[in-house]
Design a protein around this ligand. Structure first.
Ligand SMILES: Cc1ncc(COP(=O)(O)O)c(C=O)c1O
Length: 358
């Protein structure tokens, strides 16, 4: 199984252009602890960390690179806050394209190392990801450069790369198929909104038993409050969140996210960065779910909805856990500490330590 099993639904190019490593078909795992503690009977995690590069962006890159191959491109220009870059770098490496990436200023070094390992060419740009004006300039410049060089231009947003983003819809198909006809609500961590829009569109296409809520860090509130307050327009902001992957102050797919979520009865929530980091640690310790901070935004959104009295405790609630914990070393150090593991002189010291801890 991979996103190619849904090829007819997302409009894949001919199979000879496929570049695949078994992306997608990820597990939907039931909560063992947090759901019970919060009084939620059917809390689920859609765990994307097992994708080939460790995030759901492989669904995007597999589709995007296949289309670039079908168009005869030999190079790909793209932007990334981290995970898109790793995914594009890997799928370009596999598909025989060179990959050149404009990276947001705040991308964690661990994500950059992964991109370099695949042989991509990386360039961080000052204030990219923070300032809407710089974002605009980079997008416009990159699109023009790609045209001039006859290269592909890939940004993980429908407004720029609809063919690649169609691959992300498979995430929504998998959830809708797994919950087969039962009502459900998805909490989606949102930066520029492409992920949320892809899932909302796929859920709508799959028969309309689900709705999608958009959750954003308060420091990148382009869509969530607008959706919650009834506005139709997303707003560009100076992004101040520390949550990597969600530092996207531009509107990108924002207006369409509002329309798609609202049509299904979905809404928006904002959450504080420190609350997100607490949920990241709780997911690891109480559920065994090892994720990067962006994913814990979805769980923080569930808690916010519950606190607002806007969740039915018996309905199916799905958190999108979009990337693996290794992606962000800084948050990992915060969760696990930086003190080296002690070296014990003998096994007797180990058994004494175990007895003392039990
Ligand atoms: C792990 C993770 N989750 C969620 C998102 C949000 O995606 P979008 O910008 O399409 O809203 C990203 C984007 O980079 C991400 O890396």
């Amino acid at each position: 199984m991979s996103i190619w099993n849904f090829a007819g639904r997302w409009g894949a190019p001919a199979p000879e252009f496929a570049v695949t490593m078994g992306e997608g078909n990820t597990p939907l795992v039931r909560s063992t602890t947090i759901g019970r503690v919060l009084g939620l009977e059917n809390l689920w995690f859609k765990y994307e960390g097992g994708n080939p590069t460790g995030s759901y962006k492989d669904r995007f890159a597999a589709a995007a690179v296949a289309h670039l191959r079908a168009m005869g491109k030999s190079a790909c220009l793209g932007t990334s806050s981290g995970n898109t870059g790793a995914a594009l770098a890997a799928y370009c490496a596999r598909g025989g394209l060179s990959c050149h990436l404009a990276i947001v200023e705040g991308a964690p070094e661990s994500k950059l190392r992964q991109m370099r390992a695949y042989g991509a060419h990386l360039h961080r740009i000052q204030d990219f990801g923070k300032s809407p004006a710089v974002n605009e300039a980079v997008m416009t410049g990159l699109r023009e450069l790609a045209q001039e060089l006859d290269a592909g231009f890939e940004v993980s947003a429908f407004v720029h790369s609809p063919l690649g983003m169609a691959g992300v819809k498979t995430l929504g198909y998998e959830i809708a198929d797994a919950l087969a006809g039962d009502p459900f609500v998805v909490f989606s961590p949102t930066g520029g909104g492409g992920l949320t829009l892809a899932v909302a569109r796929a859920v709508a296409e799959s028969g309309g038993t689900g709705r999608v809520n958009c959750v954003q860090p308060a420091g990148n509130d382009t869509i969530a409050t607008a959706l919650w307050t009834g506005s139709n327009r997303a707003v560009a902001v100076e992004s101040t969140t520390t949550i990597s992957g969600l530092q996207v102050g531009s509107v990108l797919d924002g207006h369409d996210v509002i329309a798609a979520c609202r049509q299904q009865g979905g809404t928006g929530y904002t959450v504080a960065d420190d609350v997100v980091l607490d949920w990241q640690a709780r997911l690891a310790r109480e559920e065994g779910i090892f994720c990067e901070p962006a994913c814990a935004v979805s769980m923080a959104g569930v808690a916010a909805a519950l606190e607002a009295g806007e969740l039915d405790p018996s309905e199916n609630i799905v958190c999108l856990i979009t990337g693996v914990g290794f992606k962000d070393e800084q948050s990992l150090a915060k969760m696990a500490g930086t003190k080296p593991t002690s070296l014990l002189p003998t096994f007797a010291d180990f058994s004494a330590a175990v007895r003392a801890a039990l």
